[in-house]
Design a protein around this ligand. Structure first.
Ligand code: FES
Ligand SMILES: [Fe+2]
Length: 442
């Protein structure tokens, strides 16, 4: 434990986190070149485009990216730009088409990205564009039910990029999950404000006291890992009350009582030993889970059955994973303004009733009626609720962005337990340095 504490305490570094990182336009441009166009990014869920011809468009900063289900069942990703004069090829967010026709001069593109139609094809000195011109393809892979893309021409394979996260992510039943909330918020903050927020639990006792009844965020008992390629992982024990509850009283409240009853345990048996609940629930999930339709428990570790595993996937994605669901929290940069971004707050669940009970009471973002798949909904910051937990975060993000400009703030002083933030910004700086050195060497 001493070693663990010492390592955590020594990890914080404050000098990097100054306000300009969150609003400087030159820095944002350098990030775009070194980070966004060279990282694997999740675009959508694979099941959003199930049939040949199904397509989806996502705006990532200045780029519009088109992903298309192919006739052979595969998926291709393209820059959503017509190769004639650069018009945006597909103007809608999603749909299904046998081919894509540009709205400017009607060049027509197959699902595979080949030009298959052009007006007056004989009028081009290089010959007909048909069969000669192709949409600009982007590297893509499918993993964990997501479509990932990388704008770099020669990226490392996704499994190598994800490194230590690849195998544990493969254990979650993402393919069984459907969206129960899919709200995208236009946020008045830099995208890193969002990523930073999900890279520390230091704020949880203050900003999210509602979660303390079912999860222990204390850094000494948490597993906090900084991983290669800028990723990180946090594991906090679930199905137990937190030491941060008022007066340090480990109260078994209604949420935990419900959890116990769901798994056929008697809350009375745990009144004097609330910290025994977690192990008891793990044992019951092992015993009863498969028979209740949770066959995926067999491929998960014990801790994955009760604990919160928060995966920070560089550069912009947080997957907070539970045994039967996840929060998909993604920040996407604004095309031109580093002080704006898109914040996707999408909740997924396998649909089991006990999980919904937990989500309702802890994360708070799933309404009792949202047990059916939902469509993406766009909102401006401050419109409607994202659930009690994310409402707390979103309000802070807006306020913190303003603080980045203050003459009275000279940069962060980080606690050791906030080391994932330092690690994250170090990775960004490293990528910028590498990119600019390689350009200088050319
Ligand atoms: S720009 Fe698309 S056909 Fe001309
Ligand atoms: Fe938070």
């Amino acid at each position: 434990m001493t070693e663990n504490l010492a390592e955590k305490a020594g990890a914080g570094r404050s000098s990097k986190l100054q306000g300009w990182r969150y609003f400087d336009r030159d820095f944002a441009a350098r990030e775009w070149d070194a980070v966004w166009t060279k990282s694997w990014l999740v675009i959508c869920r694979e099941d959003q485009i199930p049939e040949p011809g199904d397509f989806l468009v996502e705006e990532v900063g200045a780029e519009s990216i088109l992903v298309v289900r192919q006739e052979d069942g595969g998926i291709k990703a393209f820059y959503n730009v017509c190769q004639h004069r650069g018009n945006k090829l597909v103007a809608v967010a999603e749909g299904s088409m046998p081919s894509f026709t540009c709205a400017y001069h009607s060049w027509k593109w197959s699902l595979e990205g080949e030009c298959i139609g052009a007006q007056d094809p004989e009028d081009f000195a290089a010959g007909s564009p048909c069969g000669r011109k192709r949409l600009a393809e982007i590297n893509s892979e499918i993993f964990a039910s997501f479509v990932w893309v990388n704008m770099d021409a020669n990226p490392m394979p996704l499994n190598e990029y994800l490194g230590e996260l690849y195998e544990p992510l493969a254990r979650y039943p993402f393919e069984l999950m459907h969206a129960t909330q899919a709200i995208s918020v236009r946020m008045p903050c830099n995208w890193k404000i969002i990523s930073d927020n999900f890279r520390e639990t230091y704020h949880i006792p203050t900003a999210h006291p509602e979660g303390l009844y079912v999860n222990e965020p204390y850094y000494v008992t948490a597993i906090i890992e900084t991983l290669k390629n800028g990723h990180a992982r946090l594991v906090t024990p679930g199905s137990q009350p937190s030491r941060y509850l008022p007066d340090g009283k480990l109260e078994i409240d209604d949420y935990l009582i419900q959890d116990l009853k769901t798994w056929e345990l008697d809350p009375e048996d745990f009144q004097d030993k609330p910290l025994a609940i977690r192990e008891a629930i793990i044992a019951q999930k092992r015993k009863l889970g498969e028979g209740r339709g949770h066959g995926h428990y067999n491929r998960m570790e014990d801790a994955q059955l009760t604990d919160t595993f928060l995966y920070s996937i560089f550069p912009n994605l947080t997957l907070t994973c539970f045994s039967d669901g996840m929060l998909f929290l993604r920040a996407l940069p604004h095309p031109t303004d580093p002080e704006k971004c898109t914040f996707d707050t999408w909740f997924y669940a396998t649909g089991s009733e006990d999980f919904f009970t937990k989500m309702l009471t802890s994360a708070g973002g799933v309404s009792e009626t949202s047990r059916e798949p939902v469509e993406r909904e766009w909102r401006n910051f401050g419109e409607g609720s994202l659930g009690i937990t994310l409402d707390g975060d979103a309000g802070i993000m807006e306020a913190q962005q303003r603080g980045m400009h203050s003459r009275g703030w000279n940069g962060a002083e980080l606690a050791g337990q906030e080391k994932r933030i330092t690690h994250y910004h170090d990775r960004i700086d490293q990528l910028i340095a590498d990119n600019e050195m390689s350009i200088a060497a050319e």
